[in-house]
Design a protein around this ligand. Structure first.
Ligand code: FAD
Length: 494
């Protein structure tokens, strides 16, 4: 019997994970990727002896990566190693306050109590609430399809539905955090978690307070070879499973039968037809419909939801080392609400943005030359609506430098020895993400989870969708879960 064939469009993290799962199921898998390299948003930049992870920098839920090796009967450690972080993030405020968020919650709560007007009890109460939201939501909203009846017939799903009152969906995250913490700087610290899926804490439901549970309960990690090490390890596994990667091969059309029950037939690349029994699209659902499925009526409501925020990133090779800084560092805006209002209402940048600085060379020495550091400097920005980015980038660069100089009392600009920039236009052109949004749609309202596209097509049999723009959402862990949800729906080859 010839093997059943599967085609995956896009070698983003969810595309590679889907390919691995299909190969394990017994399919012959081909992956077509528009870029010359795999990874999509999870990219890598090498410049003048410095290495940078181009996109994601925070790694949580490594077990979702490990499970792919285990599924294939391999030992994850033979491919992929990572370290659990003791220190999660260093927070810097303009008034001089500095906090270290540690994996040891008691220590973090003590630090909060000693340095701010909030108490350790407030912090503990908050983490308890975060855990409750996780317990109620993870099976229903994250691990199963929201679009299959069978998901609702599980006893644990029904139990969760009865507890929905506990997920804090009817006030904003900022309102909730104001009630959890007396000190507004601590409320601000936890409001930041809305940005982990590209949302606005002043609009998004307090259900997003689930996010810290991933970081503080399950832990924050750093892959020993950097974030791009995840891609390298998974591609190695995939190739060992016989999966064929076709780089610089942009899929032009998804082919399906036009008569009878619409069934998948394959894809068209460079005018050539490749037949398949299953097709999984890993590209942004917007472009999947607009470019590859032009003859299928698009789900307008889902496609016209507000996009998540994007990012402006400066990759700076720094000819100095900064002992005040750790792996993850946040320099907070003085007026957080004003910053989000600029991004979400005015679709522009604040003059005082919150700045995130990630320095992997703190852990991975080879990422920068001796006594130097690789700075990934990022601010949240609106999705691309045709703003004057060149002007905004110049202004942002000056504001970021001024802010870090002020807080660290240093002159950082003279340490920058090489530089690259990535903005929403580049994110869209390099990774095929509509408007450069980092996480598909925003989660700025209670219904967002229900307004993400499902992981399968209701129009074309055996057409599936994975990745950050479809259910359950963006970020590496959820993108990996999208591949798992698809896997649950596909029968192994007999
Ligand atoms: P994508 O990465 O979106 O890849 C899609 C792939 O499809 C691309 O390789 C593209 O080239 C390819 N493609 C597009 N069109 C075609 C076509 N027609 N034919 C063939 N191939 C095509 N997540 C975290 O968990 N932690 C973080 O700290 C974090 N920070 C981030 C920071 C930045 C700057 C960015 C950009 C993202 C960040 N994210 C983070 C989000 C995370 O990177 C994404 O959610 C995740 O990588 C998305 O993966 P995906 O599977 O959806 O594929």
């Amino acid at each position: 019997m010839p093997k059943l064939k599967a085609i995956v469009i896009g070698a983003g993290i969810a595309g590679i994970a889907s390919a691995v799962r299909l190969a394990v199921k017994g399919y012959q898998v081909d992956v077509f990727e528009a870029n010359a390299k795999p990874g999509g948003k999870l990219g890598e930049i090498n410049m003048n002896g410095f290495r940078f992870d181009a996109g994601p920098s925070l790694f949580t839920m490594p077990q979702y990566v490990d499970e792919l090796f285990k599924l294939a009967g391999k030992n994850p450690e033979d491919y992929f190693k990572y370290i659990k972080l003791k220190e999660i993030c260093r927070y810097f405020y303009e008034d001089g306050l500095r906090l270290n968020a540690t994996a040891d919650l008691d220590q973090f709560a003590k630090d909060i109590a000693e340095k701010t007007h909030s108490t350790a009890a407030e912090a503990r109460h908050y983490f308890k609430k975060s855990k409750t939201i996780y317990e109620v939501t993870h099976r229903v909203f994250l691990e199963r399809s929201l679009h299959k009846l069978k998901s609702y017939l599980h006893w644990d799903t029904l139990k969760s539905i009865f507890r929905f009152g506990q997920i804090d969906a009817f006030r904003t995250q900022a309102k909730a955090n104001q009630s959890f913490f007396k000190d507004e700087r601590i409320a601000q610290l936890f409001n930041r978690y809305a940005t982990y899926n590209g949302s606005d804490p002043y609009q998004a439901p307090a259900t997003l307070n689930v996010i810290p549970h991933f970081e503080y309960h399950f832990g924050a990690y750093i892959p020993k070879d950097g974030m791009y090490g995840i891609v390298n390890a998974l591609v190695k596994l995939a190739e060992e499973l016989g999966i064929r990667f076709h780089y610089s091969q942009k899929v032009e059309e998804i082919l399906h039968s036009k008569t009878g029950k619409t069934k998948i037939e394959g894809v068209k690349v460079n005018d050539k037809t490749y037949r398949a029994d299953i097709v999984v699209s890993n590209l942004d659902i917007w472009f999947t419909y607009k470019n590859l499925l032009k003859d299928i009526t698009e789900p307008k409501k889902l496609l016209t939801q507000e996009r998540s925020s994007s990012a402006l990133i400066f990759y700076w090779g720094m000819d100095s080392s900064y002992s005040d800084l750790g792996l993850h560092n946040i320099f907070f805006a003085k007026d957080y609400q004003k910053e989000f209002s600029a991004i979400w209402k005015d679709k522009t940048l604040s003059h005082d943005p919150t700045v995130y600085v990630n320095i992997t060379s703190k852990h991975i020495r080879n990422d920068a030359p001796a006594n130097a550091e690789n700075w990934f400097v990022m601010i949240n920005v609106p999705a691309n609506n045709g703003q004057n980015w060149d002007q905004l980038i110049n202004e942002a660069r000056a504001n970021i430098i001024k802010k870090i100089n002020r807080i660290l009392n240093r002159n950082i600009e003279r340490d920058i020895v090489c530089e690259q920039t990535l903005d929403p236009r580049g994110i869209e052109s390099k990774t095929g993400s509509y408007q450069g949004a980092l996480y598909g749609n925003s989660s700025n309202n209670q219904f967002s989870a229900f307004l993400r596209h499902s992981n399968f097509s209701s129009k074309v049999k055996n057409l599936y969708f994975c990745g950050g723009s479809v259910h359950p959402g963006g970020g590496i862990p959820l993108a990996l879960l999208s591949a798992r949800i698809i896997d649950d729906d596909i029968r192994p080859v007999q």
